[in-house]
Ligand binder design. Structure first.
Ligand SMILES: [Zn+2]
Length: 356
């Protein structure tokens, strides 16, 4: 019986060896990883605030499965994650699990926060779990708000931001709204957070969900005026967007993140009329005909689809080459920037880790 978590083909190996292994440094920090166990899952609510396709990739992502994923995808590298829970799970049990496995392995962890917590409750949970910051999701905004009216402050309320600011912690921010990165309300609130909460280390996840060039608008003109906002590359494979964020804020404010486990997906992403579509092998993820973000590839291409993870790194590589990034800059994006943040936070990288 094959007990491997997922299959790695000779084509995957070829992509890794030819395009990825040499491009990456030997040590990496992956700042965007979801962990949960099957038994933490809660029944779907039928909400229209999330997309469906991620649930087709993995039923759970335990710490052990994550370790195996890294071994399969990056055979020669040392890679460590920043971990947090997942939207489909029960908050309390999931946060407890994330905190426990992160402590055992010396991984930085973020709490999955609920905007209804008072400042005191939020702070107590952060401290008890040994969390370095918070991640939340627009689904936690009050249920009477239509998806498109949700603002950042509806799921990261000011009283919680004040706690993160006072302690100088991390905020992993998944932007709401269908306008994504270019949305003027998102942009205004990003500037407001940078100004009012200068000590929070804000990571704008997925480069603000700008998965297609049409999602950018004038965002980078505005964001190039910021001095602290950080961006992670997670679940994004758009080299034009990566090039623009590199030119706007430079490699010192960009962090490699994956969004595992969905980055295990086998796919290639295209944009059509500004909508992203994941091209996937025929039959591998069930019937995808009802999902506007999924499409089966032609049979010939199905054989040559590799991991979402590799597609993200390939896209960043194309952008890095166009911008002319050197080894040192690339090392910062995949390791150094995250490492500097951890050092600033007083997180002891060597404690219990041994030689890496
Ligand atoms: Zn994510």
């Amino acid at each position: 019986m094959n007990t491997t978590l997922f299959a790695v083909t000779s084509y995957d190996r070829e992509v890794y060896e030819k395009e990825i292994r040499e491009f990456l440094p030997e040590r990496l920090w992956d700042v965007h990883v979801h962990l949960w166990r099957r038994e933490h899952l809660v029944p779907p609510t039928g909400s229209t605030r999330t997309v469906d396709w991620p649930s087709r990739v993995a039923e759970e992502n335990t710490a052990e499965q994550l370790e195996e994923t890294y071994r399969l995808l990056f055979p020669s590298k040392t890679i460590r994650p920043f971990v947090f829970g997942s939207i489909r799970s029960d908050l309390e049990t999931m946060n407890r699990y994330v905190s426990a496995v992160a402590r055992q392995r010396q991984w930085p962890a973020l709490i999955f926060s609920d905007p209804r917590w008072t400042a005191r409750e939020f702070e107590r949970r952060l401290l008890e779990g040994g969390f370095l910051g918070a991640k939340s999701y627009l689904s936690f905004a009050p249920s009477y708000l239509p998806a498109d009216e949700i603002r950042i402050f509806d799921f990261f309320p000011p009283h919680q931001l004040a706690v993160l600011n006072r302690r100088g912690l991390l905020l992993m921010l998944h932007l709401p709204r269908s306008g994504r990165l270019r949305d003027p309300v998102n942009l205004a609130q990003l500037l407001e957070i940078e100004e009012r909460y200068p000590a929070i280390r804000v990571i704008v996840a997925h480069v603000g969900r700008a998965y297609c060039p049409q999602d950018v608008g004038n965002a980078f003109e505005i964001l190039s005026q910021t001095r602290r906002l950080l961006f992670d590359l997670s679940a994004n494979t758009n080299d034009e967007v990566f090039e623009q964020v590199l030119r706007a804020v430079g490699p010192g404010r960009i962090l490699f993140g994956s969004d595992l486990p969905i980055l295990r997906m086998r796919m290639r992403r295209i944009c059509e009329n500004g909508i992203y579509i994941n091209l996937v092998p025929r039959g591998l993820y069930g019937d995808v005909s009802g999902d506007p973000h999924m499409r089966e590839a032609a049979p010939a291409e199905s054989e040559r689809l590799t991991f979402f993870m590799y597609e993200e790194i390939r896209a960043f590589r194309r952008a890095a080459e166009r911008v002319g990034l050197g080894r040192t800059d690339i090392e910062r994006v995949f390791y150094g920037n995250a490492s500097a943040i951890l050092q600033d936070l007083g997180w002891n990288e060597s404690a219990g880790l041994g030689p890496i």
